[in-house]
Design a protein around this ligand. Structure first.
Ligand SMILES: NC(=O)c1ccc[n+]([C@@H]2O[C@H](COP(=O)([O-])OP(=O)(O)OC[C@H]3O[C@@H](n4cnc5c(N)ncnc54)[C@H](O)[C@@H]3O)[C@@H](O)[C@H]2O)c1
Length: 280
């Protein structure tokens, strides 16, 4: 059929559209139904990528997917990243639907903040299963598909808790420290396949997770130890994640970028300096 305005046939138009779409890069983002994962999803979409959103919260994921209003460039898959069969099925569905994977963001995570003596073995197992085994399974599933496509980039979302011990974080901090090492391990092993692997370590970001685990007193403590004197924004994390997945980071692998307002760099003394009005 001929288009009366352009004169081109609709068949040709369709083929052109399919070719452009085929070249559009694809990111798989875990835990994308809200928070940092959702902000990262929006950042990739804004850069012309297609995005596969994985999340364990099926209803929330469906709402988020609908609200994005981008049915051609997004795919939502209900998936628990700690379940090997569900992960394998999700990556198969991704390839069947979009044909390629260029980036994986291992963002899904849970926080169970408890004193050591109250942390049950179930707490420990679940935190490690989601925060550490999840990225292991997703990376194992994604790497061969990236290799077949000429390479790719992976970003693991760790935490400042990966670098420094703190209260209530026996399971969470250890899972994130494991993920920090896994980042280097992956970078070493996958470099030969053209796959770069880096981590982003957020400081406090005011997401549903932070709201659930940060009391007002803890929030004040954070302000005391952060040179920029505020929580981070989801969009600020998304920026770093996108950068590390982009061509602009083409020679960066095996690194952890702290996006934390200077939290990790800080020792003692900042609250006193502020009280005395001597902090710049
Ligand atoms: N918010 C912070 O202050 C902060 C600080 C440091 C690190 N982080 C890390 O950033 C990442 C994102 O955190 P957020 O604050 O956006 O959290 P969030 O709780 O708002 O979002 C996490 C998302 O992951 C999903 N999820 C949880 N378990 C899953 C599973 N098994 N399979 C698939 N999806 C699952 C949740 O349903 C949710 O949509 C996490 O890895 C977290 O540990 C957050």
């Amino acid at each position: 059929m001929v288009n009366p305005i352009s004169g081109a046939s609709s068949l040709n138009q369709e083929t052109e559209h399919e070719m452009t779409t085929e070249k559009q890069k694809v990111a798989v983002i875990t835990g994308a139904a809200r928070g940092i994962g959702l902000a990262a999803t929006k950042r990739f979409l804004a850069e012309g990528w297609r995005v596969v959103l994985l999340d364990i919260e099926g209803e929330l994921l469906a709402q988020t997917h609908k609200a994005l209003a981008a049915p051609d460039t997004t795919l939502a898959i209900h998936c628990d990243v700690s379940n090997a069969d569900a992960v394998a099925a999700a990556f198969k569905q991704t390839i069947d639907h979009f044909g390629r994977i260029d980036a994986l963001v291992n963002n899904a995570g849970i926080a169970i903040f408890k004193p050591l003596l109250e942390t049950t073995q179930d707490d420990w197992n679940r935190v490690l299963a989601v925060n550490l085994t999840g990225p292991f399974l997703c990376t194992q599933a994604a790497a061969p598909l990236m290799r077949d496509n000429g390479g790719g980039a992976i970003v693991n979302i760790t935490s400042i808790s990966a670098l420094r011990a703190s209260t209530l974080r026996t399971a969470y901090g250890t899972s994130k420290a494991g993920l920090a090492h896994l980042t280097k391990q992956f970078a070493v092993e996958l470099g030969g396949l053209g796959i770069r692997v880096n981590a982003v370590a957020p400081g406090p970001v005011d997401t549903a997770m932070a709201k659930a685990v940060h009391t007002p007193a803890i929030r004040a403590d954070y302000h005391d130890t952060i040179p920029l004197n505020r929580y981070g924004l989801e969009e600020e994390l998304a920026e770093a994640i996108f950068f590390l997945c982009s061509e602009r980071a083409s020679y960066i692998t095996g690194q952890m970028l702290c996006v934390d307002g200077g939290f990790e760099a800080t020792g003692i003394g900042l609250p006193t300096l502020r009280r005395e009005g001597r902090n710049g």
